[in-house]
Design a binder for this molecule. Structure first.
Ligand code: HEC
Ligand code: HEC
Length: 641
């Protein structure tokens, strides 16, 4: 990726705030208790870029709606540049004169003149751009558009988008590889049905000349949250960080670790195939939720931010490649894994054992190739390496600061404030709890490890024991959950407070304080559906679909507006073996465009699969009476909600 300095990209949470406010401290204000109260403007630094001379940092701030310019050497804030439209990922031109910032809610890229520190223009791209990557030789910019699962190709000379390339699902990060002939894109979530044999996020390899997706590399079964990606300067290896969910084990398995592990996958770009996946956790201390990865110019070191545990890890990736190639030092070869050889020795004897790395929590520790250190604040997300490779800058999303770390030892050298934080109201406290894996026994996951994107879904099923064993349930979005009791697919909890409390006990195995549940409830109440990115595409068909939904298809009987659920349970012919009567809570259809897969066990990967009529008894509305064209219109309507 040449000299481009890229940073990690985005998070989709709740607040809708545009424009920077002053840095004064202000008291907490509770919007939910008093709708007329002004919404507090929190500082949430997300992505960082560093100027080629190493003197200046540019930090996107998602909730304050600006890019903050920091003096890296003096450790001081210089100023905010108002951007609006929810700034996410950003990158600098090679000469450092221009900054490109993805504005998710404005579907555009803002161009900033870094000398004048002003916005000089905008380029429209696909919906919900969250990350940008620059190809300086080809004079192109790429953006990852999560709203329609595409990557935009922007011709910088013409100043406009020339193509949208379809990828897999929710592209979250992109890196230009080697000679700029390829683009490596991490797809955040699995596109599979949750009941498929190996649901997992994928990595797209794009041929930039043909402007199309050339290959898809699947991450191991249960991989989600694929985002941070780095490509070695020679274009040989791509490194992607993600969660690895062992979703078919009952959730009580948490006491032995391993419900969620945090992983780094190594992809050989020549083939392209996944070479190996290594785990970044300690035996009794998880490392979720991975966000960004950056590497040293000599490709020997990698740094990874772990948002859920407020840490950065330094990985000796050069050494890991040597071990994978069979160069095992004698001392390491002596270490046993109980009675047998350790994983590295086993791989030298049998190449197929390489798959075992994705289940081995000791591999990086016995080989001394991993060190984890504090990031200097809560919720580390984007990172950038200084030009001399000595300093690492880390945006601490909930810490309102950038941590300056010694890249060599990982020691925290300083933190630079991006501005004063207003006092935290209940919703923000709840949001912080929700994203904090240190509140979980042995830190294996946060609520946000399964409820991604601010309380939405991870496209997997999980087996909570509240309704029997071996009958996993697809994760439910928490948007408007407080208005749609009872809770859970089998309606096992009567009210939101109790549901949240048992949510903490069931998934974290540490009972929350009453005030923490109050905060979580305030956070969940603050979640709002976002403007639907599909609306323009679906408009005419959706209008026809609405008539069917409310009329002939009889959907409103159980999915009445405005919440599109009557809060009752029915058997609509989808019974799973583990559930006695086949009755499930009617799900709200709000934001159904982003909550795939569908049904209690996530059996339908797409809305088309969910609504294709295979319901001869007519249990699920009158789907069986509709023509294929009418079904298409109905799908367009449901996806437009
Ligand atoms: C391991 C994945 C996972 C984690 C971690 C997790 N959840 Fe969930 N959550 C689920 C699944 C799966 C369901 C659906 C369960 C069912 O239907 O029985 C769910 C359901 C819920 C519900 C019910 C929603 C409704 O309207 O029916 C709430 C509330 C909830 N979770 C809150 C939380 C909170 C708070 C946390 C963090 C303390 C959390 N969850 C952590 C997977 C998870
Ligand atoms: C008798 C009540 C009832 C009627 C009528 C009904 N639904 Fe449903 N719907 C349900 C229930 C219950 C589920 C959950 C089933 C499960 O989880 O397996 C569901 C699930 C769904 C889902 C999956 C949503 C998700 O997030 O998993 C979609 C989409 C859906 N219905 C659309 C429709 C449409 C379109 C119609 C009209 C043709 C319709 N429903 C008619 C009760 C109903």
């Amino acid at each position: 990726m040449g000299k481009i300095r890229m940073t990690a990209s985005f998070v989709i949470l709740a607040a809708v705030i545009v424009g920077c406010e002053s840095d004064k401290q202000s008291p907490p204000r509770t919007k939910l208790d008093d709708p007329k109260a002004p919404t507090p403007v929190y500082r949430s630094p997300l992505s960082v870029a560093v100027s080629p001379d190493g003197k200046t940092l540019y930090v996107s701030d998602r909730t304050a709606g600006c890019v903050t310019v920091l003096d890296a050497s003096g450790g001081k804030k210089i100023r905010d540049v108002a951007i609006g439209g929810e700034p996410n990922g950003l990158c600098l031109s090679s000469d450092g004169k221009r900054l490109y910032v993805a504005r998710r809610k404005a579907n555009s890229i803002a161009l900033i003149d870094t000398a004048k520190r002003i916005v000089t223009g905008h380029i429209s791209v696909g919906p919900w751009p969250v990350a940008v990557a620059l190809a300086p030789k080809s004079n192109r910019l790429y953006s990852c558009n999560r709203g329609n699962h595409t990557v935009s190709v922007v011709d910088l000379a013409a100043g406009k988008e020339i193509k949208q390339i379809a990828v897999v699902r929710d592209p979250a990060f992109a890196v230009v590889a080697g000679d700029e002939s390829r683009l490596v894109v991490a797809n955040f979530m699995p596109a599979d049905a949750a009941t498929a044999p190996d649901p997992a996020s994928e990595v797209s390899i794009i041929d930039t000349k043909a402007m199309r997706q050339r290959a898809r590399v699947k991450l191991p079964r249960g991989s989600t949250m694929a985002r941070g990606t780095w490509v070695s300067p020679d274009g040989k290896w791509a490194y992607v960080v993600h969660l690895l969910g062992l979703f078919d084990l009952p959730i009580t398995q948490l006491e032995q670790g391993w419900v969620h592990t945090t992983a780094l996958s190594i992809i050989d770009l020549a083939t392209p195939e996944r070479l190996a996946t290594v785990l970044l956790d300690d035996l009794t201390k998880g490392a979720p939720d991975p966000w960004a990865v950056v590497g040293s110019p000599d490709a020997k070191k990698l740094w990874i931010s772990h948002r859920g545990v407020h840490e950065v890890s330094t990985i000796d990736i050069g050494r890991i490649h040597e071990l994978l190639a069979g160069k095992i030092p004698a001392k390491l070869a002596e270490i046993k894994d109980a009675q047998r050889d350790n994983i590295w020795v086993r791989i030298t004897k049998d190449k197929r054992q390489i798959a075992e790395l994705a289940r081995d929590l000791t591999a990086l520790h016995i080989s001394n190739t991993l060190v984890r250190t504090p990031s200097g604040g809560k919720g580390p997300t984007g990172m950038a390496l200084g030009p001399d490779g000595k300093k690492l800058y880390v945006a601490n999303y909930y810490g309102a600061s950038v941590g300056v770390l010694d890249a060599i030892g990982g020691k925290l050298l300083a933190t630079i404030s991006v501005g004063g934080q207003p006092g935290l109201d209940a919703a923000r406290r709840g949001e912080i709890f929700f994203h904090d894996a240190t509140r979980c026994y042995q830190r294996w996951h946060s609520c946000a490890s399964c409820h991604l994107d601010g309380g939405r879904v991870d496209a997997l099923t999980w087996d909570f024991l509240r309704d029997g064993i071996d009958n996993g349930k697809d994760v439910i979005s928490l948007v408007y959950m407080h208005r749609t009791p009872p809770h859970n697919r089998r309606a096992t909890r009567p009210n939101p407070w109790e549901s949240l409390e048992t949510g903490v006990v069931g998934s974290h195995h540490m009972p929350p304080a009453k005030s923490e549940v109050d905060d979580l409830l305030a956070y969940v109440k603050s979640l709002r559906p976002e403007p639907n990115p599909n609306l323009p595409t679906f408009a005419p068909a959706a209008a026809r679909g609405k008539v069917l939904f409310e009329g002939k298809a009889n959907c409103t009987r159980c999915h009445p507006s405005p919440l599109f659920t009557d809060n009752k349970s029915y058997n609509v012919g989808t019974a799973s073996a583990g559930d006695p009567d086949g009755r499930y809570d009617t799900p709200s259809l709000i934001e159904a465009y982003r909550t795939a897969p569908y049904y209690h066990d996530g059996r339908a990967a797409t809305m088309k699969e969910a609504l294709s009529p295979r319901d001869p008894k007519g249990l699920h509305g009158r789907l069986k009476d509709l023509t294929p064209k009418e079904i298409d219109d109905l799908i367009a309507y449901v996806l437009s909600l």
